[in-house]
Design a protein around this ligand. Structure first.
Ligand SMILES: C[S@@+](CC[C@H](N)C(=O)[O-])C[C@H]1O[C@@H](n2cnc3c(N)ncnc32)[C@H](O)[C@@H]1O
Length: 250
């Protein structure tokens, strides 16, 4: 998985460096108004956003349960501004408080169950200073629909996301219109090993659903943006991610 994060030719696990840089610059100038801030990135992966934000003068902490990603992130030390990292499940981790901005990027929030989404928002709220901000990068409805309705495939690979050795990879996708949920299943078949199946569930929610969700965790919606910081109509079938910014109620 770490190799896929580090691969600059695709966006499977993380955005490419140019997109991350654009997001970070936008967060720094538009969301944080260039003020030095305490930032917490939940599901930070190898820490690409935080490494760039730390260089801009922010004090950054990342949480991720992937040992390889955290090891990589910790190895990217810079003399003046190194983020700190916690290797843990965000659902159970002790997270720091007095934070100015909590962020969850790359649509990871959409993959948690409704109960865990509320739990995560409440934890985020507890860690924030009153009036400070939550930033969620959310899959658009078009993206989730695309995931759930893509054609199933079968491929023979020398190595890939799920194995470093030669294997067959069967991908099946399902779309549940009523709940606007995509399920993606990958079955890995490798000589001499038992087949292994991986599954992700990604749910699209409209702005009304997000407003209710945010309210239940003491946040109020500030605005929706597309990845480049332009206002966006979240109900439409548009490709790409949206960014939701909410403020902790005082
Ligand atoms: C798609 S990657 C995105 C990484 C990073 N935010 C980025 O944009 O490059 C999602 C990350 O979420 C992490 N993750 C998923 N569920 C998690 C959980 N419950 N606790 C901690 N990390 C989690 C995975 O290990 C993975 O690194």
């Amino acid at each position: 998985m770490l190799q896929e994060h580090l691969n600059n030719l695709h966006d499977f696990a993380s955005h490419r460096p140019a997109l991350i840089e654009a997001e970070v610059n936008w967060i720094h100038s538009e969301i944080l108004q260039e003020g030095p801030s305490r930032i917490l990135d939940l599901c930070c992966g190898p820490g690409f956003h935080l490494q760039n934000l730390a260089v801009l003068g922010h004090q950054c902490t990342g949480v991720d349960f992937s040992p390889a990603s955290i090891k990589y992130a910790r190895a990217q030390k810079r003399p003046l501004a190194s983020p700190s990292y916690i290797e843990a499940n965000i659902l159970t981790a002790d997270i720091p408080n007095n934070i100015d901005l909590v962020m969850i990027m790359f649509g990871q929030f959409d993959t948690f169950s409704p109960e865990n989404q509320i739990h995560i928002l409440k934890k985020a709220c507890n860690s924030l200073k009153p009036g400070s901000l939550l930033l969620l990068e959310i899959h658009s409805l078009g993206q989730v629909h695309g995931m759930g309705t893509s054609t199933s495939t079968s491929r023979r690979l020398d190595e890939g996301l799920f194995s470093d050795d030669p294997h067959s990879l069967f991908t099946q996708n399902y779309w549940y219109e009523e709940t606007r949920t995509a399920v993606q299943e990958w079955t890995v078949i490798q000589e001499g090993r038992r087949p292994v199946m991986y599954r992700t569930t990604t749910r699209a929610q409209d702005s009304k659903q997000f407003e209710l969700l945010l309210k239940s965790a003491d946040f109020e919606l500030v605005d929706w943006y597309d990845r480049w910081g332009h206002a966006v109509d979240v109900g439409k079938y548009v490709a790409g991610y949206h960014i939701l910014v909410a403020a902790k109620l005082k």
